[in-house]
Design a binder for this molecule. Sequence first.
Ligand SMILES: C[S@@+](CC[C@H](N)C(=O)[O-])C[C@H]1O[C@@H](n2cnc3c(N)ncnc32)[C@H](O)[C@@H]1O
Length: 243
Amino acid sequence: MNPPMKTIWNVHILTLFPEIFPGPLGHSLPGKALENGIWKLNAIQIRDFATDKHKTVDDTPYGGGAGMVMKPDVLDAALNSLPAGTRKIYLSPRGKKLDQALLHELSAVANVALLCGRYEGIDQRVIDAQGLEEVSLGDFVLAGGEVAAMALIEGVVRLLPGVLGNAETVDEESFAGGLLEYPHYTKPASWKGMDVPEVLLSGDHGKVKEWRLNQAKAITKARRPDLWQRYEALNTGNIRQKK
Ligand SMILES: C[S@@+](CC[C@H](N)C(=O)[O-])C[C@H]1O[C@@H](n2cnc3c(N)ncnc32)[C@H](O)[C@@H]1O
């Protein structure tokens, strides 16, 4: 019998700094998965698509103001070099906030392109002409899109089949069931005068499961009223717990 086909997730990064990839993605779980061919990284130098002698990628903003803007013609040419059907994302503080649901969605798309801006950002017309999807890492401003791209990639890669040892893990962690995760404890059972909750030592799987669910609910309610409200509204009732 043939071995099962490996999932190949292809990510194309358009950047002025391709040499910084894979960086942290070349280590630990994502690094191993990269080595094993579960995902592929294609770092594209945007400057290679500039046609003038000086390989210009940016220019001054119309209307004045500080900083430079990345040129639409150069970015358009770089984006046109991608395989047909590629989902094209521009990392941008103006975008939809990245979340676990979007990571799951992207993990099922064979080709994802991540355009990393620099300077003041990119010309609006290339966003419109290419129908770029804008995705933000959060409500703060980074110097460039590369770190945001790495965060997105790392989040997707750990969802790909064969990356995590225990396939259940992703079903149980924060956000998977609409709740933040319950607290974890390991040995020693007593440390700095703090004891591991009794129930976790009881060996009663039903009680452990119930305790974890209640902890997850309490933490979510206290820390993230937005998630708690959604959880209650959906009335999912339960999250999957470790056996
Ligand atoms: C200095 S920022 C530009 C900020 C822009 N002038 C603004 O005020 O929205 C340069 C690049 O960093 C990236 N970037 C900055 N903050 C980001 C965030 N929160 N999420 C994703 N990408 C971000 C984007 O690609 C952006 O084009």
